[in-house]
Design a protein around this ligand. Structure first.
Ligand code: KIV
Length: 285
């Protein structure tokens, strides 16, 4: 039985509240942004104490919390619930919530209503998947004071349309489309962009072409402004074959030493900041 409410855990660090100017300042100084997913108050506190800069309440909760095979079944009510739980545990980290499939695609107004629910639950930014058709939605949200993180490359909510979890932007046409989408998202006001499963060289190019847009990579090499992983992957808890871009941070490479959750998360933060993760030879495409 648990003895302490999350609130009573002493602070390991006292950091000023993270915000967009601080994140932009980090990127302009070349300091990498460390992002991880979390879905509840306890893990939010652990991540925050370990120095994670931004926490994403990802719709990956459909996989790792709800046990589904994709993020498609996740509902807005699920995201609101987990965003509220996570917001209660975090202190300084910047909190982003995923807009789930079906909650934003129909119209900018629908997206606004969904984003308001997530912000009321404690999100400081919302993330949505896709380019082109969503540019106007991003403009609509940002003009109304809702910070937006776009998500290009592999967009898991479209897994059925994409034909599986595959690297995106490998050919010239795919790479050009992704670069155009990134530019359009930045021009529409997106402050951040997750790049998932794209070749390292393309992610680096998108980052260099859009100064001021914070790029966060997952399976996208080391050339982005920061990195994100799904917490359960980092902790080696995810069943089945591990994607190439994932590292289990509970194991020290080349030894039998195992790390606890706090140490594993601290190692992730340090390795992102010191450029030790990702290792392009191992985790890149
Ligand atoms: O849902 C999620 O966790 C995500 C990250 C993998 C970027 O979108």
């Amino acid at each position: 039985m648990s003895v302490h409410p999350v609130e009573s855990v002493p602070a390991a660090t006292t950091r000023p509240a993270m915000n967009l100017p601080r994140l932009r300042d980090m990127a302009s100084r070349g300091e990498k942004i460390a992002m991880l997913t979390a879905y509840d108050a306890t893990f939010a506190r652990v991540l925050d104490d370990a120095g994670v800069d931004t926490i994403l309440v990802g719709d990956s909760l459909g996989n790792v919390i709800q046990g589904d095979t994709s993020t498609v079944p996740v509902a807005l009510v699920d995201m609101v619930y987990h965003t509220r739980c996570t917001a209660r545990g975090k202190r300084s980290a910047w909190l982003i919530a995923d807009m789930p499939f079906g909650a934003y695609e129909r119209s900018p107004e629908q997206a606004f209503d969904s984003a308001v629910e997530l912000m009321r639950a404690g999100a400081q930014m919302v993330k949505l998947e896709g380019g082109g058709v969503l540019v106007e939605t991003v403009r609509f949200l940002t003009e109304r004071g809702i910070p937006v993180c776009a998500h290009l490359g592999l967009t898991p909510q479209r897994v059925h349309a994409l034909g599986g979890f595959r690297v995106q932007g490998r050919d010239d046409a795919g790479a050009a489309a992704l670069r155009a989408d990134a530019k359009a998202m930045a021009a529409a006001g997106a402050a951040m962009l997750v790049l998932e499963l794209v070749p390292s060289a393309l992610a680096r190019q998108v980052t260099e072409e859009n100064l001021g847009l914070l790029t966060i990579g997952i399976g996208a090499g080391a050339g982005t402004s920061g990195q994100v992983l799904v917490l359960h992957d980092l902790l080696g808890l995810t069943a089945g074959k591990r994607p190439r871009f994932v590292r289990d941070f509970t194991h020290v490479a080349g030894s039998d030493v195992g790390l606890g959750i706090r140490e594993a998360v601290q190692t992730y933060v340090q390795d992102v900041k010191q450029g030790r993760f990702p290792d392009e030879a191992v985790h890149g495409f």
